[in-house]
Design a protein around this ligand. Structure first.
Ligand code: NAD
Length: 453
């Protein structure tokens, strides 16, 4: 690891990555490498957890292609020096901000969208002019190997390389000095990364998880709301960091909501055969989720198969904040339904838990919209929609509080991997003596006057 990092540091110090044409070319290489290896990428992810070609394209590769396209076309604008005003105090100076790359970056990926969550930060890091070491999650072994192979075949490891491995390798990496660590994963491991980064005062971005609520008011369009909710919850079998974790529905429409949800789950027909459902990633998670299924609270679903790591889309009713399913992020295809009578009660329930990564609100009421947006703090979210805010790269993506530190996507991703160097540039033809000794009353008066501008 020492060798890789030294090689990357030398490469970074050669100034090669500061060239914007170089960055554009590297992004094009990545695009081509992904396109040419689509079959390999599809095969690997299907082997890992039965993710279909459709889902792999729509929720992983298409987003990466979009990111690359945007970065390539915006690099010159994003990386350009920005002039800012100086003020009379420093006349005749000029002031400007130079975006500069940070250096050698470590990107640690999560397993649930293995390609997207690994390569999206890499694209931002490359666009910003850094070198990158990517450590994908070890849980989906085939996708990790596919990414390592593609990167090895297409990139100089002194610029961009993949280190495969699990906890031990990640901890070894974390002992090294980086210029930036970008981590996606659980809050628990996020703390380990943050502590390790503190040793070297390395800046971090932590993309973590949490319990993201969906609030359904009595004024919503129930049919469309439930359709979008069911899609967002059971996509990837609920193994989505921004999936609605639990629903808070107004007591007056609880029954209608439950019936509509059941109907919608049946109609969207989530199954391996239908290529729109995936396995639970491993036995540990399968067991963890199975324990959350309390038979007397299951309204719909509840079927499991340990051999195929299958958990049926499941809806639980009469759930309280004390139930096991409300004690941790679910990260699986179980939807607990809780009720509320006043919007204040719903807000209090959400705010009794750590700040979530996402929040979804289904309503036609503009006053409720306003109230929720004002009184609940969350990373990002959507109104009358689920997940899709992630697809708009103009919206910074990240958590707040326990759901994360920092954000990325689009221009924000570029900024995340950039230091903005501030410079004042002053000629010598004028050098007013006001700040130099002797500090006479007249000079102080003059100083007071100048400071007004
Ligand atoms: P995880 O924290 O278990 O693993 C993430 C990475 O950390 C992996 O690469 C793994 O190898 C490494 N790791 C695991 N244990 C470690 C240890 N003890 N020391 C050092 N490194 C270690 O997370 P996961 O299971 O891959 O993902 C699930 C979690 O990630 C959920 O909480 C989910 O909400 C969150 N998540 C967040 C986002 C986001 O964008 N905010 C996206 C996906 C997942």
């Amino acid at each position: 690891m020492n060798q890789i990092i030294t090689a990357q540091r030398n490469f970074f110090n050669s100034q090669a990555t500061k060239n914007l044409h170089f960055r554009k070319a590297q992004l094009k290489t990545l695009q081509k490498a992904l396109e040419q290896n689509e079959a390999l990428l599809h095969e690997a992810i299907y082997k890992d957890f039965k993710k279909s070609e459709f889902d792999n394209y729509s929720t992983e590769l298409s987003l990466l292609y979009k990111d690359i396209k945007e970065a390539r076309s915006s690099i010159f604008q994003w990386a350009s020096r920005k002039n800012v005003s100086t003020g009379i105090l420093n006349f005749p100076a000029s002031s400007y901000i130079i975006p500069e790359p940070l250096g050698v970056c470590l990107v640690i990926g999560a397993w649930n969208y293995p390609y997207q969550l690994s390569f999206a930060p890499v694209i931002a890091a490359i666009a910003a002019g850094n070198t990158v070491i990517l450590k994908p999650s070890e849980l989906p072994t085939n996708t990790a190997a596919a990414m390592a192979k593609i990167v090895k075949e297409n990139f100089d490891p002194a610029f961009f390389t993949v280190v495969e491995g699990g906890v031990e390798e990640t901890q070894e990496l974390l002992k090294q000095k980086f210029d930036k660590i970008f981590f996606t994963g659980s809050t628990k491991v996020g703390k380990i990364v943050y502590k390790a980064a503190a040793e070297n005062l390395t800046p971090v971005t932590l993309e973590l998880g949490g319990k993201s609520p969906a609030i359904v008011t009595e004024s919503c369009n129930l049919k469309v709301s439930v359709k979008r909710l069911v899609w967002g919850k059971f996509l990837n079998a609920g193994q989505t960091c921004i999936a609605p974790d639990y629903v808070l529905v107004h007591k007056s429409i609880e029954q209608q909501f439950l019936e509509q949800t059941k109907e919608e789950i049946i109609s969207q027909y989530f199954s391996f055969e239908n290529d729109n459902y995936v396995q639970i990633i491993n036995d540990r998670n399968f067991e963890r989720l199975s324990k959350m299924l309390v038979p007397e609270k299951i309204y719909y679903g509840g079927e499991t198969n340990a051999e195929t790591r299958y958990i049926q889309p499941t809806v639980m009713q009469n759930v309280t904040m004390e139930d096991a399913v409300m004690q941790e992020e679910i990260f699986g295809p179980i939807l607990p339904v809780l009720t509320y009578e006043t919007i204040e009660e719903a807000i209090a329930k959400v705010n009794s838990l750590p700040k979530p990564l996402s929040c979804y609100l289904f309503t036609k009421s503009s006053s409720i919209k306003k109230k929720i947006l004002k009184e609940i703090s969350f990373g990002g979210g959507a109104i009358n929609e689920t997940l899709m805010h992630l697809s708009n790269s103009n919206l910074p993506f990240g958590g707040v509080g326990r759901s994360g530190i920092g954000s990325y996507h689009g221009h924000t991703g570029f900024k995340t991997f950039t230091h903005y160097k501030s410079v004042m540039d002053k000629p010598t033809w004028l050098d007013p003596s006001i700040r130099y000794s002797p500090h006479t009353p007249f000079r102080l008066k003059l100083m007071r006057w100048f400071m007004k501008f």
